[in-house]
Design a protein around this ligand. Structure first.
Ligand code: ATP
Ligand code: MG
Length: 617
């Protein structure tokens, strides 16, 4: 059986689920131990080495203590009960009790320290991942589906948590116990030790069978969970479309198929566990039966003390549980190794858009007037499919420049490059003659106020969204900005005004309202340069007029680059750039461009009738 979870292939293909490709799980449980990965994991444990050291001491002490009770029992039987020597029996009983109490305290200390340390390590790791995710460039997010990245921060980190919090240390404990018991048995009576340990080959066989199958079914379950996540993520995001096109039944069937796969994989896994644990119990009982049979005989012959026989039985009972636990720990270790491999691969993903390295001192502040220049800029998102070709233009300080062109002409791409969401493929972009790649990202981006096509709102309040975490912006500033762009009227109509809750992605606001909020946000941050990417969707005339006026407020006294779909937005601008298929084809003012009777003229004619109609109303 291959690594791909079983199931009707066509169904999964039809479901078109992206996200975690099953191949991502190929390596799950591949290697149980990888020294290189382990060294990096140990790096995360280093800050907590004192706590971990104490835990290990507690574990060793605990294993040693757990060896004591059967031995104390043996001494009690052989030295006191059989001989009738009552003196000292009370001491033994007290010792027995003492061992239990100390074990209890150690157990508590170990569990507590271990869990706390585990949580701290996991906390650090999640912060590291988040920090790296925030630095990764937008192109990375084009390539990596959300579902996969979510898995890194949740499931994969959890696998490591399991390893830290329960796996490693208790595996140590199991190994100490096994080794300790084996030694004590051999020392007490080597003949009976051979009898007791004679079931080990059988146990090895059963364990091998279990490990192979459990590992396989674990991989299957993980694969199916990834499918469920990917399916749900896409389905929930696109729920409106699903319902609009009445795809519910189909999607339900696809989910049914995936869900069944998940259930069956889980059932298989349950089967292996259900067989394995009782099997180990039975083998353990077999060993004890053999001990009683041979040991009983030897005791009657007088070559074995009764206490030793009892101790053997007690030790055997403690011997087989760690074996079954260990094989589970082994799976845990494999899962954690695979997870850490994926996490480290993410952490190692190079950040391709970066603030300049310190060898070239980064320009940390841009103090000049802010002359923006695109110089022979070429850009391709993928390979050599250029979406911008040899683009050159200037935006002088204080100038207002409009950008127009058909959908897909490359307008938004200009902004992506200016903000360094992506880096140019060829040519360069400069501000006051300085290549923007030599400027620190913070200095660069803080100059610009960006109102994007799909203005993004975060969950929080309306005021939070305008302020967007900047403490320098007071409540009064927020209100002033909102009223300057005419957003105050609709905000006042919300139940709690500026304190009204904003749903995730601003789902409860209209496109126009979201745009007004984005304007207020841009204005509140007082940027030196305003960048505007107009929403494509048409807006009613009233809102249109509001937005026009809001724009006038926003643009006054600011260098502005405005991408417009409605030519009415750009008519009054100082210059208009006309893009067509990635090339800058025409430049000039509204009147100059109309006089050229070129591309702009055609665009204008196309929109002319619509606009006449809209404004006539
Ligand atoms: N992240 C991306 N990865 C690959 N190709 C992209 C990406 N974003 C845009 N493109 C492609 O680049 C070209 C230009 O896209 P761009 O978004 O700049 O167009 P636009 O002029 O802003 O269009 P619109 O008016 O519809 O907003 C398009 O062909 C588009 O398919
Ligand atoms: Mg665009």
């Amino acid at each position: 059986m291959g690594p791909v979870p079983p199931g009707p292939r066509s169904d999964r293909e039809a479901a078109g689920v992206r996200g975690e490709a099953p191949s991502d799980y190929d390596d799950v449980l591949g290697k149980a131990y990888d020294a290189r990965l382990m060294r990096r994991l140990l790096g995360f444990m280093r800050p907590h080495r004192v706590a971990i050291g104490w835990t290990l001491v507690a574990v060793i002490g605990l294993s040693a203590l757990q060896l004591a009770p059967p031995y104390l029992t043996k001494v009690a039987i052989d030295a006191h009960i059989i001989t009738g020597e009552l003196d000292g029996l009370d001491t033994l009983a007290l010792l027995f009790l003492g061992v239990l109490v100390v074990s209890y305290v150690l157990e508590y200390a170990q569990t507590y320290t271990l869990q706390v340390t585990g949580q701290r390590i996991i906390f650090d790791l999640r912060m590291r991942i988040q920090e790296h995710l925030q630095r990764l460039d937008v192109a990375f997010y084009d390539r990596n589906p959300v579902g996969r990245l979510m898995t890194r921060v949740t499931t994969d980190v959890d696998a490591l948590n399991d390893l830290f919090a329960s796996g490693v240390v208790s595996a140590f404990r199991d190994i100490f116990m096994l080794g300790g018991i084996a030694i004590v048995l051999v020392v007490m009576d080597w003949r009976l030790a051979i009898v007791a340990l004679s079931v080990l080959p059988l146990i090895a066989l059963v364990t091998q069978w279990f490990r192979r199958n459990a590992r396989h079914s674990y991989r299957q379950v993980r694969g199916w969970i990834a499918q469920i996540n990917a399916f749900l993520q896409e389905n929930i995001t696109g729920m409106a479309t699903v319902q609009l096109f009445r795809r519910e039944a189909r999607h339900f069937d696809r989910f049914d198929a995936i869900n069944q796969g998940h259930r069956d994989a889980n059932l298989a896994s349950i089967f292996y566990y259900a067989v394995f644990y009782p099997a180990i119990e039975v083998l353990g009982a077999l060993a004890i039966a053999a001990i009683i049979w041979f040991g009983g005989g030897w005791t009657l012959q007088g070559t074995l003390e009764l206490g030793s026989l009892v101790a053997f039985v007690l030790y055997s009972q403690r011997f087989f549980r760690p074996i079954s636990d260990l094989s589970e720990k082994f799976n845990l270790l494999q899962a954690a190794m695979a997870s850490s491999e994926r996490i480290f691969a993410l952490l190692d993903t190079p950040v391709s858009v970066e603030s300049p390295r310190t060898s070239v001192p980064p320009v940390s502040t841009l103090t000049g007037p802010g002359h923006i220049r695109f110089e022979h800029v070429w850009f391709a998102y993928r390979d050599d499919q250029y979406v911008l070709e040899d683009v050159t233009f200037d935006v002088a300080p204080g100038q207002r420049v409009g950008v127009v062109g058909a959908s897909g002409a490359g307008k938004t791409t200009l902004i992506n490059l200016l903000m360094r969401f992506y880096d140019v493929t060829r040519g360069r972009i400069t501000i006051d003659g300085v290549d923007i790649r030599e400027v620190s990202l913070t200095a660069l981006r803080s100059r610009f106020g960006l109102v994007l096509q799909d203005g993004y709102l975060f969950s929080g309040t309306v005021a939070d969204n305008i302020r967007l975490g900047s403490d320098a912006i007071s409540d009064a500033d927020v209100r002033r900005a909102a009223s300057a762009v005419h957003a105050d009227r609709f905000i006042a109509s919300l139940p709690d005004g500026f304190d009204s809750a904003v749903a995730e992605r601003g789902a409860t606001f209209s496109v126009g309202q979201r745009q007004l909020l984005s304007f207020a946000r841009a204005l509140a941050h007082q940027p030196l340069v305003l960048i505007l990417d107009e929403a494509t969707s048409s807006i009613d005339t009233d809102t249109e007029l509001l937005i026009q006026d809001a724009l006038r407020v926003l643009m006054s006294g600011r260098t502005t680059i405005a991408i417009a779909h409605r030519l009415s937005t750009v008519q009054g601008m100082d210059a208009i750039l006309v893009f067509h298929k990635g090339r800058l084809r025409e430049t000039g003012s509204h009147q100059e461009l109309l006089a050229k009777r070129g591309l702009y003229f055609t665009l204008y004619q196309l929109q002319y009738r619509d606009q006449e109609a809209a404004f006539a109303r």
